[in-house]
Design a protein around this ligand. Structure first.
Ligand SMILES: Nc1ncnc2c1ncn2[C@@H]1O[C@H](COP(=O)(O)OP(=O)(O)O)[C@@H](O)[C@H]1O
Ligand SMILES: O=C(O)C1=C[C@@H](OP(=O)(O)O)[C@@H](O)[C@H](O)C1
Ligand SMILES: [Mg+2]
Length: 178
């Protein structure tokens, strides 16, 4: 993992990581504390196109990824805290863009994520049971972890601490580099 360099520009400040790691909730909180705008790319896509699960049903994942890439490009142009969807980092253009950004990776254990998944509206985790959803989550994470790790400047685990405490740690990291 590259080390943070205080000479590098802070923006964009981007939160990445697996589904239900806390990117949306914690990113919003970080933005509030830093008094910056907050952008969640999934939220933007949903405002313009309807719920994510309906986009997957209607048009398929590939179409969602096109919309997602457009939302990411737009978001990264702003001085904001930007939380991405878990799969946004699969796009090679986004990987290149994130190499120039400040990137915070949020991680979470499978045990903790299991409690966060019920009725989550995440089409890739649609399953009969919570344990099946967690198995899917794990398989997807195993595939993506090398990408997350290659892009991250710093990482925080969200499995067992409150959202506010994790957000404060991220803010301290940001302030330490600016
Ligand atoms: N540190 C945490 N402790 C407990 N629950 C959390 C924590 N962070 C997030 N959650 C919960 O997990 C769920 C997923 O959070 P969310 O921010 O939507 O994750 P992501 O955007 O990474 O998919 C939400 O219900 C949220 O309240
Ligand atoms: O990991 C993924 O491929 C996805 C993650 C979701 O966002 P969160 O990571 O915020 O749940 C959302 O973009 C979509 O359901 C696909
Ligand atoms: Mg999210």
């Amino acid at each position: 993992m590259p080390s943070a360099d205080a000479a590098e520009p802070l923006f964009p400040l981007v939160i990445i990581g697996p589904m239900a790691a806390g990117k949306t909730k914690i990113g919003r909180r970080v933005a509030r504390v830093l008094e910056l705008p907050f952008i969640d790319t999934d939220k933007r896509i949903a405002v313009q196109n309807g719920p994510i699960s309906e986009i997957f049903d209607r048009e398929g994942e590939d179409y969602f990824r096109v919309l997602e890439r457009e939302a990411v490009v737009e978001a990264l142009a702003e001085e904001a805290v930007v939380s991405l969807g878990g799969g946004a980092v699969l796009h090679v253009g986004t990987q290149a863009d994130l190499a120039e950004a400040s990137v915070v990776l949020l991680t979470v254990s499978a045990e903790a994520v299991q409690r966060r998944l019920s009725g989550s509206g995440r089409p890739l985790l649609d399953a009969e049971s919570r344990s099946e959803a967690t198995e899917r989550w794990q398989r997807i994470l195993d595939e993506r972890m090398p990408v997350y790790e290659s892009l991250a400047d710093v990482r925080f685990d969200t499995s067992s601490r409150p959202i506010a405490a994790i957000a404060d740690d991220i803010v301290a990291w940001v302030r330490g580099r600016s």
